[in-house]
Design a protein. Structure first.
Length: 398
């Protein structure tokens, strides 16, 4: 297996998910923590050509000036998910990674995200100029670290739903001819995906933002021989939905309504408090029920920012269903988890599996990664167990 360095480039590199992922890689490389929560450490995946923890170099884009080490220290002092001794042992690594972070791109990001930007973020006039800067930053990272592969992961704040892009061309050749048009309806997440692919990097979209989910960008991935997948990591309440809804379907129980209330207080929650950003997330959390059940029960998803809770999310779901003789019954569950701790191992699994896919010669979308996403691109299957079987089947393939 190749011992060469592998790059992880995080968009939103100082956020909760990114800083937890970074501390995680550093701690795993130093063998300070166990690989609990990492799917790729299960025996059925260890034969794959996965990169090892000590092989990673990390960089990224960010729009906030705050030091990475300061953000990471909040994992010790605020969410209390990282041991102080682990943080101290990783301090030098964090400083080295901070030095590799570059100002990000803001483009159709919406007012709430724009307000977060206090770093010197250049404001390019056209999508082409912004894409070119992203491509250059990635090329510089790759050459300065000597990475053979770089996987770009979008863990930036959720953008508002993109403006109507139905008129955009379906091929990369046609789209790239329009990149000087400053009114092109492409958000920053898509510019990052294009920049990544042009730099020869694979792209993973852990957010509900548009990212690479456009035919012309999928076309670019194939032309560049890179892999991509998204959208929106499936970490908590929606993971439960994709496990429980198949149970109701298979027992022929009639789900009449499913209400999910989510409360949490981190920066992600603050951004999602803006109704337009929230719309993208609610859509991503809601659509799978009808797809699994085959009919549309009444549903309600709420997401509320309650600052005192920090990164600790509580989801309360109330499922009202009918059984034999039409009897109405209820299932309720409460999910309490630390959002970043749930998300970080998925980010790291996605990076390792994407590198393995690339080493196995895969190009384009990676449907076998569906179990990691709320809205897996190009995959209709939403039941978690069946999605997990897709991953196993891919791993067993010669
Ligand atoms: N369990 C989870 O935490 C979870 C699950 C699924 C999806 N997600 C998604 O992952 C993303 C990250 O979540 P988080 O909790 O780390 O959020 P966060 O708010 O802590 O971090 C987001 C980071 O992105 C930065 N950012 C915003 N716009 C940017 C841009 N255009 N370029 C570069 N950086 C930019 C912000 O400054 C911030 O540091 C969110 O979109 C969230 O919805 C999280």
């Amino acid at each position: 297996m190749s011992e060469s360095r592998v790059g992880i480039w995080l968009i939103g590199a100082k956020g909760g998910v990114a800083s937890t992922s970074i501390v995680g890689v550093c701690a795993l490389a130093r063998q300070l923590i166990e690989p609990i929560g990492l799917t790729s450490h299960q025996p059925q995946f260890t034969h794959l050509p996965l990169p090892q923890w000590g092989q990673f170099a990390i960089g990224g884009h960010e729009i906030r000036r705050v030091a990475l080490i300061e953000e990471a220290s909040r994992l010790v002092t605020e969410s209390r998910t990282v041991e102080a001794s682990v943080f101290q042992a990783c301090r030098e690594d964090l400083a080295a990674i901070d030095a590799r972070l570059r100002p990000g791109v803001l483009f159709r990001s919406g007012g709430t995200i724009e307000e977060l930007a206090d770093w010197d973020v250049p404001r390019e006039a056209t999508p082409r100029a912004a894409i070119e800067r992203i491509r250059r930053d990635l090329a510089e990272f790759q050459s300065s670290t000597g990475c053979e592969e770089v996987v770009v992961v979008n863990v930036a704040s959720t953008e508002p739903p993109p403006p109507d892009n139905s008129a955009l061309p379906e091929t990369w050749n046609e789209l790239q001819a329009q990149l000087d048009d400053r009114d092109l309806p492409l958000p920053a997440s898509t510019l990052y995906a294009i920049g990544a692919m042009l730099a020869g990097c694979c792209h993973i979209n852990f957010t509900p933002s548009l990212g690479s989910n456009l035919p012309a960008v999928a076309d670019l991935a194939k032309r560049q021989g890179v892999c991509h997948m998204g959208q929106d990591g499936k970490t908590g309440e929606t993971l439960m939905k994709s496990v429980l809804a198949p149970m109701f379907a298979r027992r022929n129980l009639d789900v009449m309504s499913w209400v999910g209330h989510n409360i949490f207080g981190n920066l992600d929650g603050r951004v999602l408090d803006d109704p337009s950003n929230k719309q993208a997330k609610v859509r991503s959390k809601d659509h799978l029920l009808a797809e699994i059940l085959g009919y549309r029960p009444q549903t309600h998803v709420s997401i509320e920012w309650i600052q005192s809770l920090g990164d600790w999310k509580t989801a309360w779901d109330h499922i009202h269903f009918r059984g034999f003789l039409g009897a109405a019954m209820t299932l309720q569950f409460t999910w309490q988890g630390c959002d970043s701790v749930l998300a970080a191992p998925l980010v790291l699994d996605l990076v390792r599996l994407t590198v393995a896919a690339r080493r196995r010669g895969e190009v384009g979308a990676l449907p076998f990664l569906a179990s990691f996403f709320k809205s897996p691109m190009g995959v209709e299957e939403q039941a978690f167990d069946l999605q997990y079987r897709m991953l196993q089947a891919w791993a067993e393939k010669q």
